[in-house]
Design a protein around this ligand. Sequence first.
Ligand code: FAD
Length: 473
Amino acid sequence: MTQPPRSTPITSRACHVAVIGLGAAGLVAARELHREGHTVIAFEREKQVGGLWVYTDRVEQDSLSQEPDRDIVHSSIYKSLRTNLPRECMGYSDFPFVIRPRDGESRDPRRYPDHREVMMYLQDFSKEFKIEEMVRFETEVVRVEKVEEKWRVRYRNSRGVSGEENFDAVVVCNGHFTEPRLANIPGIDSWPGKQIHSHNYRIPDSFKDQVVVVIGSQSSGNDISKDIATMAKEVHVSSKAIASNSYVEHTGQKNLRIHPTIYRACEDGSVVFRNGRVVYADVIVHCTGYKYHFPFLETNGNVNVDDNRVGPLYKHIFPPALAPGISFIGLPFMGLQFFLFEMQSKWVASVLSGRVKLPSEDKMMEDAIAFYGKLEALGIPKRYTHFLTDPRGNPMLGTFNPQDAAVISQSDYFNDIAEYCGCSSIESWRERQYNVAIKKLFFGGDSYRDQWDDDQLIEEVYQEFDKLKMIEM
Ligand code: FAD
């Protein structure tokens, strides 16, 4: 694979940069760009920072969110949500996700805290690094296009006022948990029941006494099926992880069963699973993930989304033909998200200033094509392109034969970026804690968030945090 030249100080150049979106990715992108000496204007559609973590009771009118012109609700967070990783490894490198007391506001001290605690952490980060001074709130970016050597950003604010401004570069941080993907179920169009996507799920109350089919058994599907089972008559989970002839009856919740995938849905309201079992259901809840979506981006075909692969991209960030004017932060999923956003942002900032060089357009394209070829050779579908596989720690990869080290792991990805831009890579404690946490997530049962035996590691982690001298211990 093509390696960029190592970080060498070159003449530093300050760029005028637009950041689109102020979730966990945009916040740290704005900070890194500012630290590198760029001027930053960050556009945020909502009234506040936090993105996905800004919980709202509001849901979209179209419960499957398929109408292109619908009023979009950004967040996909449900009321009972707690993090699926321990807080210590979830935070940014130099701003630990510890309990920071705030006047008059209660905090959630748990290691796997609720969503409000994550939002408060992001607000604290924003305040600490004065990010809000760079933000235009309630301002949606509606178009980004190249005009001569600049990137023209058109925006519209909540008062209906439109405007445009030219930038040297645009960093796209608009998130990818808002446009639902649906499972392809034969017969679903004539199935008479109600359907919703997890994007529009908040609380279980409306499922009282109903028979519910939940499609998907990853993080959200797992949480949501258990949440709904507290109110519903029966919950039947359809899971890709279950062999087609099997059935799990004892799940710890007496009204919750796990089946393989759905064979078909029928006009009489029945749902037939591949194990032959038939359930007459009132509702189907699709916990089937999301699509990358960049409705504002005009790239003349240089960046496309194909079966959820955003490409071609060099190292999940730079489109070879448009780099470094356009870059994407946060496309890889499942992993140490905030840390990943930070590493990617450092690289983008250093490339824009000229401190670090990218390979030529041809070399970046060769690299991207070689990467896609390797995925194909391993039988990995395009939609997993941005899934940073970790052969050493991720049991989700059972089906992908991950022994082949050709597919990069999360830690290798961090190490590579660190080398390219001369920053520190993932800390040993963070890597170890993540590897334990991901196993707990998949195999730790219902109590994985509240039971652990890593006291020694925790002590080490807090010693590291102490060295940062940024927290009240
Ligand atoms: P977002 O948080 O979605 O932010 C994008 C921002 O862009 C939003 O504020 C939006 O308003 C703005 N925006 C979008 N379009 C425009 C536009 N055109 N103009 C202006 N602004 C725009 N990760 C973890 O590390 N731990 C967890 O426990 C965890 N749990 C999760 C649970 C769920 C249900 C989901 C869906 C994801 C979870 N994640 C978790 C992953 C999570 O996505 C990341 O942690 C992270 O918050 C994503 O940040 P982001 O900045 O990429 O996107």
